[in-house]
Write a protein that binds this ligand. Structure first.
Ligand SMILES: Cc1cc2nc3c(=O)[nH]c(=O)nc-3n(C[C@H](O)[C@H](O)[C@H](O)COP(=O)(O)OP(=O)(O)OC[C@H]3O[C@@H](n4cnc5c(N)ncnc54)[C@H](O)[C@@H]3O)c2cc1C
Length: 612
């Protein structure tokens, strides 16, 4: 193949994974192409018009620190911002924003178009071009060839996608968009195992048909915080959403049509997310509940089209309409789009390494929904990491792989590489064992070394993060010696003087005092450092304990398993343990410990074998 027109990196798919991958690859100086079926659909939100949420908000912050685009895009186009769980502990605070999905797409499309070194190719990638054991390019459906050294596949829900509405089935990648045919069959023929998953989306109704006076208002924070460290002068809109409830009549109508639901008649083979069930699934599984919450969300500012969050369904059209119209405030609902389920091919993720390169084919990376995940943020995080590692591989560098105590991105990728994904994988705070270390507020400090190494972040921000880190260390010490007296500007009632650290631990000084604390005691320090030192003091005991656990675990994480180790030759492994080790091929003993089916006894056997 002629090499002069060869791209360094080809990204297939312009969804959330593809956009981050293509931008990162080009920004790192590699000649890149984003091949996508419809360039006008780049960065489209297939489902809910929002970014962030529990644990997902953490991912967005990490993407931002590493130099990705998602945080900046939502800051520029969001219409309501909220820090969730503010009444709970710091570990589970998480930012979420309601998006103007049209502006979001336009923002990303503009950034893609204006990125030097990045070409957008409109086309349907139907075949990988392979020579020997390496990728050499992509063939498009029209027969043309796009040569490239590395290919990152981010096909989302499009691979042999099929929409279900009652008994109706429509081949599609998303409503109104054609599916991708060819790639998954080719990969299957090459020996990849392929699975089938399902997800769903609710109906969209007209704004004018909603009786808002019967609904509960849900506003954003009055003092919103941006996702991105580079966002300045942040004064976003605060457009409300509205809360409605299903009732027993709604449930009766839905239940009466279960025999026409593709979920229950066996027409859908793919497994859907248990944590985000369709409304018909909810009324069956939680039959004791008399009502379920629904959030009504505008899809963009001034939109005539509203999203009925919580009412995802694949029931026939007449049932969806009748059921929704039983809800207070939605009696006159007019439908713009009906809810549907979609089934698609994915590649069970034991087939990728933590770099996101496939084990079977050098130069081929998978990122996003294709790996069995669900969600824009999970997809974007993988797209970014796949591109960073693809570039590093071209430069002969080792992949960048954060550890589980350093990032939710690491938890996500490590889980993909060591756990079966039998349902779409969504990030939750409960999946992280070191939650208190992985706060949304400290992503810039815990990922500083990675941001420096990845090379995507601006010098100015890296310096700012370094400065916050050193100020935080100084303040932590100062808090232990600074005395607060009974007459204090913080207005904390005290009988005797006490150190700041004591007051923080006794919870007499909390977040509400921080701006006064800075103003009166530490005006020369940044607000961020004052806050970081506060959190580290407040949770010191718990944080120390988590670091001790990390240290213990790192002894195992540091024990590498040779890539060519033949697990069949390791005597005394359990049958299941051996099978899982062969399937997942863990890179370290730590990773092997997390594979379900590999017992502590198997780990001992493996350690002794490696020692020998
Ligand atoms: C109906 C529906 C409901 C969903 N519900 C939820 C939900 O409730 N919660 C949630 O978190 N997530 C949901 N999702 C999933 C969410 O949309 C995805 O997780 C996210 O968009 C994945 O990003 P991605 O980049 O992997 O893929 P996508 O955003 O799907 O993007 C894939 C891109 O690849 C392009 N493409 C595909 N094949 C080819 C090809 N052969 N050649 C060229 N281009 C190609 C497409 O045109 C598209 O631009 C839903 C998705 C759908 C379709």
């Amino acid at each position: 193949m002629a090499m002069e027109n060869t791209y360094d990196i080809l990204v297939v798919g312009g969804g959330h994974a593809g956009v981050e991958a293509a931008l990162a690859a080009a920004r790192l100086g590699k000649r890149s192409a984003l091949i996508t079926i419809d360039p006008d659909a780049i960065a489209r939100m297939s489902c809910n018009p929002s970014i962030g949420g529990l644990a997902k908000g953490h991912l967005v912050r990490e993407i931002d620190v590493l130099g990705g685009e998602m945080a900046k895009a939502i800051d520029a186009t969001g219409i309501q911002f909220k820090l969730l769980n503010r009444s709970k502990g710091r570990a589970v605070w998480s930012p979420r924003a309601q998006a103007d999905k049209i502006l979001y797409e336009r923002y990303m499309q503009r950034v893609v178009k204006n990125t030097p070194g990045l070409d957008v190719i409109s086309g349907d990638a139907s075949e990988l071009l392979i020579e020997g054991d390496r990728i050499t390019g992509i063939r498009l459906r029209d027969g043309s060839r796009v040569p490239g050294k590395i290919c990152i596949l981010t096909n989302g829900t499009f691979l042999r996608g099929k929409i279900h509405i009652g008994n109706i089935q429509i081949p599609a990648g998303r409503y109104g968009e054609l599916p991708s045919i060819g790639l998954s069959d080719q990969l299957k023929a090459l020996g990849f195992s392929v699975g089938r998953l399902k997800t769903g989306t609710p109906s969209r109704i007209t704004k004018r048909s909603i009786d808002f006076s019967a609904l509960e208002i849900q506003a954003g924070d009055p003092d919103p915080l941006p996702f991105s460290h580079s966002t300045q002068n942040f004064h976003p809109k605060n457009i409300p959403c509205w809360l409605a409830y299903t009732n027993l009549q709604t449930h009766d109508i839905l239940r009466s049509a279960l025999d026409r639901s593709p979920l229950y008649t066996g027409k859908i083979e793919g497994v859907g997310p248990r944590y985000c069930p369709s409304i018909e699934d909810k009324i069956v599984r939680f039959s004791e509940k008399a009502a379920h919450q629904l959030f009504l969300e505008p899809e963009w500012e001034g939109a005539p089209q509203w999203y009925v969050n919580g009412f995802s369904s694949s029931l026939p059209v007449d049932i969806q309409i009748r059921a929704l119209r039983t809800i207070r405030g939605l009696e006159g609902a007019e439908f713009i789009k009906i809810g549907y389920a979609i089934e698609y091919d994915y590649f069970p993720s034991h087939q990728i390494r933590r770099s996101l390169e496939t084990k079977a084919l050098k130069g081929l990376y998978f990122a996003g929904q294709i790996n069995g995940t669900s969600g824009y943020e999970e997809a974007a995080a993988q797209g970014l990491m796949a591109a960073i590692n693809a570039v590093r591989s071209l430069e002969g560098k080792a992949p960048l792989i954060p550890e589980r105590h350093e990032a939710y991105i690491a938890v996500l990728i490590d889980d993909l590489c060591s756990k079966e994904t039998s349902e779409p994988y969504r990030m939750f705070t409960s999946l992280a064992e070191y939650r208190l270390l992985l706060r949304w507020d400290n992503a810039h400090l815990r990922l500083l070394d990675y941001a420096r190494e990845a090379g995507l972040q601006s010098r100015a921000l890296i310096e700012k993060f370094e400065n916050t880190g050193s100020e935080t260390r100084v303040l932590e010490k100062k808090y232990t010696v600074t005395k607060i007296f009974p007459e204090n500007p913080l207005q904390i009632p005290l009988e005797q003087p006490a150190t700041l650290s004591l007051l923080i631990r006794r919870q007499e000084l909390d977040e509400r005092h921080l701006s006064l604390l800075r103003k009166h005691y530490f005006p020369e320090y940044g607000a961020d450092a004052v806050d970081q030192a506060f959190v580290l003091t407040r949770y010191e005991g718990y944080i120390d304990r988590q670091f001790k656990q990390v240290e213990k675990m790192q002894q195992l994480e540091g024990r590498r398993i040779p890539a060519l180790l033949d697990f069949n030759r390791v005597p005394s492994l359990s049958g299941e343990g051996r099978e899982k080790l062969i399937r997942f091929r863990p890179e370290t003993i730590g990773q092997a410990c997390r594979i379900r089916g590999v017992s502590p006894a198997d780990i001992q056997v493996l350690l002794i074998y490696l020692q020998k």
